[in-house]
Design a protein around this ligand. Sequence first.
Ligand SMILES: O=C(O)c1cc(C(=O)O)c2c(n1)C(=O)C(=O)c1cc(C(=O)O)[nH]c1-2
Length: 269
Amino acid sequence: MTVLAVATPPLVFPPLPSPREPLSPEGLEAALREVGATRYHNLHPFHKLLHSGRLNRDQVRAWALNRYCYQSAIPRKDAALMSRCDDRELRREWLHRVTDHDGFGEDSGGIERWLVLTDGLGLDRDYVVSKEGALPATKFAVEAYVRFVADHSLLEAVASSLTELFAPGIHAERISGMLANYDFINERVVAYFRRRLDQAPKDADFALDYVKRNARTAEQQRAVIRALTFKTEVLWAQLDALYFAYVEPGWPAPGAWRPGVAVSEATHP
Ligand SMILES: O=C(O)c1cc(C(=O)O)c2c(n1)C(=O)C(=O)c1cc(C(=O)O)[nH]c1-2
């Protein structure tokens, strides 16, 4: 079986830091950044294909439709985090993450902007929102993230959001790569990512500062490194599933979306 030739990350990742003695806050930040540098999903072959214009429109549709599940779960996981939080200051700071996605007042929110993207790709909105066509692995990975935040310590829950430290780079790469390489992508449909370029760094800086101040023992530091590693796996598993279903060998699970389903070729630029 020929697997598409793309630049792949090393098969064996460098060992993760596993502090026995507490690290300094700066040492902990370096360890967390190392997790991102070696495991974040910008390294995944599916993203390399997506950003360089080597997917066809149906493969981009499959990505957007599955990724909707992740988007729509983010406010649920942030509400789960807040429900466990006794610290009013932390709740006040975290609250806007829910409204960034669900919208508030005049702002229709990130989930709506994501649906503008799926509209632009010609996907039926009700079908996307129903999540009926999402891959099993997408649903499992996304729910695992919501459960992780609900079940682990507040510190680990905050740390699991730290993949956002690495998101602006991939969003910038996606905006320029997709605009340059696909004639069916325009400014209107990349609006979601442009907005995240401002939102994500503020969220990530706050969460990083919180983790550096609160993870003081070696045990807490191991836990936050594990939480961030877990989150990179949530993201990676979704792309593995997309690659298997829609690139190579191209086996979508029973019931998962297939080209031609819930699609109108007329896009809405
Ligand atoms: O496009 C991406 O690669 C990407 C990655 C991530 C991430 O790293 O978790 C998020 C987002 N986008 C995103 O748009 C977003 O709103 C978001 C929220 C969170 C989170 O964990 O709270 N991650 C991400």
